[in-house]
Unconditional design. Structure first.
Ligand code: SF4
Ligand code: SF4
Length: 492
């Protein structure tokens, strides 16, 4: 694997390219790329090429023995309260138990007034406690402002609700585990399994099946204990537990958000289009694996996971971790949402890849510059030691406050850092050139050129602009598609 040289900054790039002919050539290149990017044929993961053809990047030349995340200490399992949604759910439960009217009292009493497990967590993370209340205030403002924006975002709201409707019935599909993994994961397992020809056959079969169910990307990883949450297990509840023996492998699947709405984040996008697809794919895979004789458990969005997804997907060779804390893949960039199925079915696991994404992030920083809550580290190098791994820090509590601040209430999210990422681009000729050329370019020139083009010729609204007035103007990264713009279809 080649190691790229440093990526030039904007000034050096312009010096290098020359303000005359080089710039014009690149401007032409960018316009051509922009035009190519408008075609809907480049929407990877949506329709035209089923059965695995959307997983078109040949990963084998970029396989590495050690993944691109760096271990800097003893790996530790992640505490369930480290998950924002689990922590917030515990906080809400506490608030409801003492009465919602007591919110101000809970805030004034502070960390010491909390139940023991939350107290212990927030004593270590006092800023997260303060931010929880800021997020609530923002959410109240958001609700108060909603009548102003409701008509404008009517279609986006309806589109998001339609996607989230399959999730609204509790225990819908796939059903939530009830009982221990040794009981639940074995439900309906065929007692007469046929002998597999080899683990390789197992991997190939399950990938074809996952693609046939609609997965855009599929990879297989061995389950490492450090990716399994500690302190809470679905179906069992709170308490420490050993990683179940039959969680030997994870089949990791990915799909993108619909591309046009995705570019129109934060206000027109939603998380639920990808979430609902992942739930159906993973749930069907769980059933399929049990029917051929092996235990299986699906781990699906928005919160029904017992494992942390991005590092598992890195081990499964799907991509690398970006500065923004999400998985970036060669086919989908940051437009990659994840689910997994754990099983003991014999597989030949995939290897992690190094296509230079983690290296590119060191200079790019676009997500950090555009983040409306300044939650993403701008450090040149990943410096934080998080549970024994080096990575860029993400302030998930401030990020959640931004979710509660943007001009819509329907999808509760932002996703700007995914949409602005230069890797989140359609599959057109320009991006094929970058995707295939950059990892093979030892000089770093392709990465420098792509980054400079991105920063010089593409428009970014600017971090605050994504927020509603008075801080911003409800801007979106890209223009919303006509089918989500209410004013195109209704008299406002
Ligand atoms: S989702 Fe939005 S607020 Fe959160 S890190 Fe990404 S850009 Fe920042
Ligand atoms: S926007 Fe740039 S820095 Fe952020 S994840 Fe994408 S490539 Fe990395």
């Amino acid at each position: 694997m080649f190691v790229k040289s440093s990526i030039m900054d904007r000034r050096n790039f312009l010096k290098y390219a020359g303000l005359g002919s080089g710039t014009l050539a690149l401007a032409g290149f960018s316009v051509a790329g922009f035009v190519a990017g408008r075609g809907k044929d480049g929407n990877t993961g949506y329709g035209k090429t089923p059965y695995g053809k959307d997983q078109f990047f040949n990963r084998k030349p970029f396989w590495v023995e050690k993944p691109t995340y760096e271990a800097v200490g003893n790996p530790q399992r992640i505490d369930y309260l480290d998950r924002l949604f689990k922590r917030n759910a515990e906080m809400y439960q506490f608030i409801y138990s003492v009465g919602q009217g007591n919110l101000e009292t809970i805030k004034v009493q502070g960390i010491e007034g909390l139940p023991e497990h939350l107290r212990a967590y927030f004593q270590e993370h006092p800023k997260a406690f303060e931010e929880f209340f800021t997020a609530i205030e923002k959410s109240q403002e958001q609700k108060a402002n909603w009548p102003k924006y409701r008509d404008k975002y009517l279609l986006a709201d309806a589109w998001s609700s339609a996607h989230s409707s399959p999730l609204k019935i509790r225990n819908s599909f796939p059903p939530e585990p009830q009982g221990t993994p040794e009981d639940w994961d074995f439900k309906g397992v065929n007692p007469y399994p046929l002998p597999l020809k080899s683990p390789k056959h197992g991997s190939e079969l399950i990938k074809k099946i996952a693609h046939s169910f609609g997965a855009t990307l599929v990879g297989i990883a061995k389950v490492k204990p450090e990716w399994v949450y500690q302190g809470f297990l679905r179906g069992v509840g709170k308490g420490d537990f050993e990683v179940p023996e039959h969680w030997k492998y994870a089949v990791v699947i990915a799909v993108p958000h619909e591309w046009e709405s995705f570019y129109a984040n934060p206000t027109y996008g939603t998380s639920y289009d990808a979430y609902s697809m992942l739930r159906f794919i993973a749930g069907k895979l769980e059933t399929f694996i049990r029917e051929i004789g092996y235990p299986a458990r699906s781990h699906v969005p928005p919160t029904q996971y017992d494992l942390v997804m991005p590092p598992l997907a890195i081990d499964a060779g799907l991509g690398e971790l970006g500065r923004n804390g999400v998985l970036i893949t060669p086919e989908l960039g940051g437009n990659t949402r994840l689910a997994a199925v754990t099983t003991s079915m014999p597989f030949e696991p995939d290897k992690p890849i190094d296509v230079g994404i983690a290296e590119f992030c060191k200079k790019c920083k676009i997500c950090a510059e555009e983040c409306p809550s300044e939650s993403i580290s701008s450090d040149d190098e990943p410096t934080q030691n998080i549970r024994g791994f080096k990575r860029w820090s993400i302030d998930q509590d401030k990020c959640f406050t931004a979710w509660n601040s943007v001009g819509t209430s329907h999808p509760r999210g932002c996703r700007v850092c995914l949409a602005v990422c230069p890797y989140s681009r359609k599959n057109n000729w320009l991006h094929t050139l970058a995707r295939e050329g950059d990892p093979r370019d030892p000089s770093g020139i392709i990465a420098s050129a792509m980054l400079a083009m991105q920063k010089n010729f593409f428009d970014y609204p600017g971090a605050n602009e994504y927020l509603p007035p008075p801080d911003g103007n409800n801007k979106t990264y890209g223009k919303a598609p006509d089918w989500l713009r209410t004013e195109e279809w209704f008299d406002l």
